[in-house]
Design a protein around this ligand. Structure first.
Ligand SMILES: Nc1ncnc2c1ncn2[C@@H]1O[C@H](COP(=O)(O)OP(=O)(O)OP(=O)(O)O)[C@@H](O)[C@H]1O
Length: 912
């Protein structure tokens, strides 16, 4: 660095994360002295004449190898140590000692990351993660035949989940010669540090020299022949506005331009097209990279349950201690959930180690509030031990409290603005003195971090969003006790600060509890309402929880009146329950409409959800849509009847949720039912199906036929069951006439081609109550006869069919006989000749039909004769025959009844 007169910038993974984006964890990990120590090392490398020198062309190959080896050594030195937590300066832990395998998947979870982190994690923790796991060292490897060369990988992950650790581990393994040795140079660059040279002009070559001084001797040609991997860690911290559409094209590594243009060209592949690129980001910022540039998306999901345990075992050499910690975490659901995030494991480890090794007999933390309180206490105690002080370490002095409140104010005000990064000016505004902050090694130094020794631009952040939220809540509580009503209403997150407020009078606490229980606002989404219940739990008010437990045990649930807060509690418990609820019917609960609305989050953990009624608004449909698209989704049946006030926007939302490629539906493959057919299926407006199919803005609602005619739609849906009965469709959509028909012959064509091309996902098809007529069924039959069609149940009740349809069906089913188990042709005027034609299929040796329904089909005893003879020739399969509603009299009817009595025949039920 000194050689070229530029400072060395320490990539994020070797120092500390800071700058724009949400909360932070990493900052804690690596101490500034450690960073400086590393810097001194590298400075030494770049100034002291090294083994690399300018030599003649003949020895160029050897030189290059030496450069690579030199870079590997430097990278190894940077990556092999990390400083976790509040350790004394310089005491870096070996990465390989504490590094615990992370759960990384190819692809990304679809849920949009806009929720409060804790709640979002609760959901994530319940997912039976189904995506393909991928090992960190394999992210550039082609893993299946479908994949092509992987040039750009984008890795997403929430705050503190281990993205930077993954980058560091990847780099270390490479530098130690263990993995990915086909790559010549691994070049980590952090967005945070790139920010610092945002306004400078560079060539790619000079940029590399700035960040990696060991490569000073590299020439432009070397870059083009080597296989390089650029790692851009922490896109969420980027202050660049990356303009991929409009920029100067650069392909020469010596051409000077703005850093932003260089980066865009590199990512797009104009500059060094064969270089590999790895970008890490929190999900909210990942959109800055256009999907067209990305060959693979991966997601760091954190620790699985077994990895959580492994983390604690690795961290503590004392087995007994690690076992006690693991047991405690397992016993507390919220701690266990949060330990999905590695940084939270680290916080938990610090707090529990302190408590358990102090031989303290007090209660161990059960709630998150407890945990954070202890965490802060631990840090304050350490500070006192380190910097002296007359008071007992456990006691909070007035100065301690004042400092915490100032931090609380900073946390709160920035949370309101959505900021997680602060500058010295922000600190000053809240009355915080930078040096005072920095002595709080655990609470502040590690939370707040000087960005760069060289640039003197200090940027600070909290270790994690939840810490910021906790301190904000401490501040809010303080304002509350000071009767600062202007901001009280926003006090909905973590509550009672155990140790920090001297105003925690029981009456005040009780007042807060009462307010929370009664809080009622239509504007709060049902998910946010659950937060109120969290607050009560965090404040250790168990009353609502107990009442709901009793309710769940009670016999007469529908008689017990539930308040709104009860409903939130119930929604939470149902959502978190290990057992998936069979059916949740909102109308069965004795509560207000607001109470019912608050129950909606439970949709995420039930198989059948009845949402009948018109008391929902867009925010509620959003929850339903999120349940439809979550992976896996347990939801199999959704009844939207009588939702007259479903708006276009809601329909749009549900339609795109419906288009979501939820792999689960495909897997379900059984006789489960998916009934997502709101009114766009019946719209007569001009179609615009393409936009709908892309799951984008739907300007106009296409009629069912248009949608059904798109093969892509079928491929995306992968339905196990399709119910297009107009009766149901209309009742869901507009709640008007139940008997109108909406599907026609054209739809039959669409369905038929789906049966042909849908690669056999569809098992159940119900087209009842549509005027398909014989011509429609004929079209349908072209699908039924396809060997791809694996339909098991077909319902064509009340479809205006005649004997002609029976002929078509019999002939189609003879070509593809072995799948269909249930056929319902009731309420069609098939008459005896129709049944005779059908018998042509029943006779057929490969026919496996088990249920045949011919209710009210204008049949006489002649049909009974035909059926009896057909069954005699193929006796074992048909179990149920429904001939009710027909005028059946005479001896031939008895022939059939005799078959039921005869054990040689499979027929068990005969309705006449
Ligand atoms: N694989 C791991 N093994 C052990 N500890 C880990 C691991 N991953 C993360 N941690 C712990 O979590 C902390 C945060 O991890 P890291 O900095 O990699 O998160 P990140 O995803 O980059 O977060 P951010 O988005 O906030 O920058 C680490 O400092 C470390 O204490």
């Amino acid at each position: 660095m000194l050689a070229c007169g530029k400072p060395v910038l320490w990539a994020r993974w070797t120092s500390v994360p800071v700058v724009a984006g949400p909360p932070l964890a990493t900052s804690w990990v690596l101490g500034s002295k450690w960073g400086r120590f590393l810097m001194d090392e590298d400075r030494a490398e770049s100034t002291v004449p090294s083994c690399v020198s300018l030599k003649s062309d003949q020895s160029k190959g050897g030189d290059l190898q030496e450069v690579i080896e030199g870079h590997k050594m430097s990278l190894k030195r940077r990556c092999e140590h990390v400083t976790e937590g509040t350790n004394e300066a310089g005491s870096g832990t070996l990465l390989n000692k504490i590094y615990t395998e992370l759960y990384i998947t190819e692809g990304q979870s679809e849920e949009v990351d806009t929720q409060h982190e804790v709640r979002q994690l609760e959901r994530t923790s319940k997912k039976n993660i189904q995506d393909t796991p991928i090992k960190c060292q394999d992210i550039f490897k082609v893993l299946s035949e479908q994949q092509r060369h992987i040039r750009v990988v984008l890795t997403n992950g929430v705050a503190g989940v281990g993205k930077t650790f993954s980058v560091q581990k990847f780099s270390l393994d490479w530098a130690e010669g263990l993995e990915n040795q086909d790559i010549s140079l691994v070049l980590p660059l952090s967005w945070r540090e790139l920010n610092l040279i945002r306004d400078e002009q560079h060539s790619l070559l000079s940029l590399l020299h700035v960040f990696h001084p060991t490569l000073q001797k590299n020439r432009a040609e070397d870059l083009t022949v080597w296989k390089l991997l650029f790692i851009f860690d922490g896109l969420d911290e980027s202050r660049f506005s990356l303009r991929f559409n409009k920029h100067q094209v650069i392909s020469d590594v010596t051409q000077v331009s703005s850093v932003e243009v260089l980066l865009v060209n590199l990512i797009q592949g104009n500059l060094l097209p064969s270089a590999l690129i790895w970008i890490t980001s929190r999900p909210a910022a990942a959109h800055q990279i256009p999907p067209s540039c990305v060959d693979r998306i991966t997601e760091v999901r954190g620790f699985t349950d077994s990895q959580k345990e492994e983390y604690f075992r690795r961290r503590f050499s004392d087995e007994d201690l690690s076992q006690r910690i693991i047991s405690h975490i397992k016993a507390s659901r919220s701690l266990h959930i949060m330990c999905l995030i590695p940084v939270f494991c680290w916080i938990t480890a610090i707090v529990l180690e302190d408590m358990m090794t102090r031989d303290q007999r007090g209660e161990l933390p059960q709630t998150l509030t407890d945990l954070y309180s202890h965490f802060l206490m631990v840090q304050i105690k350490r500070k006192k031990q380190k910097y002296g002080g007359k008071q007992r370490p456990e006691e909070l002095t007035k100065a301690d409290k004042e400092l915490l409140l100032k931090l609380g104010r900073l946390a709160f005000e920035h949370l309101e603005k959505g900021n997680i990064m602060f500058y010295s000016e922000d600190l000053k505004r809240c009355g915080l003195d930078v040096s005072e902050v920095s002595v709080y090694s655990g609470v502040c130094t590690e939370i707040f971090k000087r960005e760069s020794v060289i640039f003197q631009k200090s940027v600070y952040c909290f270790v994690h969003l939840s810490i910021q939220e906790f301190l904000a809540a401490v501040y809010m509580f303080h304002r509350y006790t000071r009767k600062d009503t202007a901001v009280i209403n926003q006090f909905l997150k973590y509550s009672k600060p155990n140790h920090f407020s001297e105003d925690s009078h029981p009456e005040t606490i009780q007042k807060v509890l009462n307010n929370l229980k009664e809080l009622n606002s239509d504007e709060i989404s049902p998910d946010r309402s659950i937060n109120i219940f969290h607050c009560l739990m965090e404040m250790k008010d168990q009353s609502v929880h107990q009442e709901i437990q009793e309710f769940l045990k009670s016999e007469k649930k529908s008689e017990r009146r539930l308040s709104e807060i009860h409903c939130s509690a119930l929604a939470y418990l149902l959502q978190m329950s290990e057992e998936v609820l069979d059916e949740l019917n909102l109308q069965q609960y004795n509560t207000s409409d607001e109470g019912r609305r608050r129950l909606i989050p439970a949709v995420r953990n039930c198989r059948k959800f009845q949402l009948a009624g018109s008391f929902l608004s867009t925010s509620h449909w959003e929850v339903v849509a999120s349940a439809m698209t979550s992976n896996p989704s347990h939801l199999r049946e959704l009844n939207l009847s009588w939702n007259k006030n479903l708006t276009d926007a809601d329909v749009k939302l549900l339609s795109s949720a419906m288009m979501h490629p939820t792999a689960d539906w495909r897997r379900s493959g059984q006789s489960e039912m998916i009934q997502y057919f709101p009114r766009w299926l019946h719209s007569s407006q001009k179609p615009k199906p393409a936009s709908l199919l892309k799951g984008q803005q739907v300007e106009q609602k296409p009629p069912a036929e248009k949608v059904l005619s798109k093969r892509k739609w079928w491929r995306t849906m992968k339905l196990a069951q399709l119910q297009l009965s107009s009766r149901d469709g209309l009742s869901w959509s507009c709640g008007t006439s139940l008997w109108d028909c909406s599907l026609s012959k054209t739809s039959c064509d669409s369905v038929a081609s789906a049966l042909k091309y849908n690669l056999s996902h569809l098992r159940v098809l119900d087209l009842s109550y549509n005027t398909l007529q014989d011509s429609g069924v004929k079209r349908l039959c072209s699908g039924l006869e396809s060997p791809n069609c694996k339909l098991e149940r077909l319902r064509l009740e009340y479809c205006s069919l005649s004997e002609i349809s029976c002929g078509s069906l019999a002939s189609a089913l003879r070509s593809n006989p072995s799948h269909l188990r249930v056929l319902d042709l009731s309420e069609n005027k098939l008459q005896d000749p129709g049944v005779k034609l059908l018998c042509g299929f029943l006779h057929f040796p490969n026919c496996r039909l088990e249920t045949l329904r011919l209710r009210s089909c204008s049949l006489s005893e002649i049909s009974c004769g035909s059926l009896a003879s057909a069954l005699r020739s193929n006796p074992s399969h048909l179990r149920e025959l429904d001939l009710s509603g027909n005028q059946l009299q005479g001896s031939r009817v008895k022939l059939l009844s005799a078959l039921v009595e005869n054990p040689d025949y499979g027929l068990e039920t005969l309705r006449q």
